[in-house]
Design a protein around this ligand. Structure first.
Ligand code: ZN
Length: 174
């Protein structure tokens, strides 16, 4: 009888510990997610590489030295992108679990954002498009923000640089 009671108590304790741990994990995940949403609302910017809070030092990360870049509305030369479209699409890179999406390029046109996102896919870079609100001379405008995962950011930025519309004028003046 004592044995049965002992086993029962151990069993119940074990269940309590397991359930307790699970509840703690769920609440931890929920709190992290809420904190992130709250931070985004307050406009807190974090380092793209290490997640350090950059409010005090917006021009560079004191922790890892990365200089943050604001995505801008840049006109791209779409004819040039079309001409450089990879003949055979690459396999999409596998995204790591720790990676976060980083803003890459802004466009006032959803069609252009989709075109560039398709080009990124053809280059093996998985993209995302987010519609954001920007304040432009007193009125709210909807802007398409193309995002990439952090390990693709440098390569994707090179592509944006490569297809800047200014490059076309430079080409024409030659
Ligand atoms: Zn950092």
């Amino acid at each position: 009888m004592i044995d049965v009671l002992f086993n029962l108590t151990t069993g119940l304790l074990l269940i309590a510990v397991v359930v307790g741990s699970l509840l703690w994990l769920v609440s931890f995940a929920a709190r992290s997610a809420l904190k992130k949403i709250e931070e985004e609302k307050r406009g807190v910017r974090r380092c793209e590489k290490c997640g350090y809070d950059l409010r005090a030092t917006p021009n560079g990360c004191p922790e890892c030295g990365r200089v943050p870049t604001e995505p801008k509305i840049i006109l791209l030369n779409f004819a040039k992108i079309g001409a450089r479209w990879p003949r055979s699409s690459r396999t999409l890179r596998r995204v790591g679990l720790q990676e976060t999406l980083q803003p890459l390029w802004l466009s006032e046109s959803m069609a252009e954002a989709e075109f560039f996102a398709r080009f990124l896919i053809a280059c093996g870079i998985p993209p995302a498009i987010k519609v954001i609100q920007r304040n432009a001379s007193g009125r709210q405008v909807r802007i398409a923000q193309v995002e990439v995962w952090e390990d693709d950011l440098d390569r994707a930025k090179e592509l944006v640089e490569m297809f800047k519309a200014e490059a076309r004028t430079a080409d024409l003046s030659l």
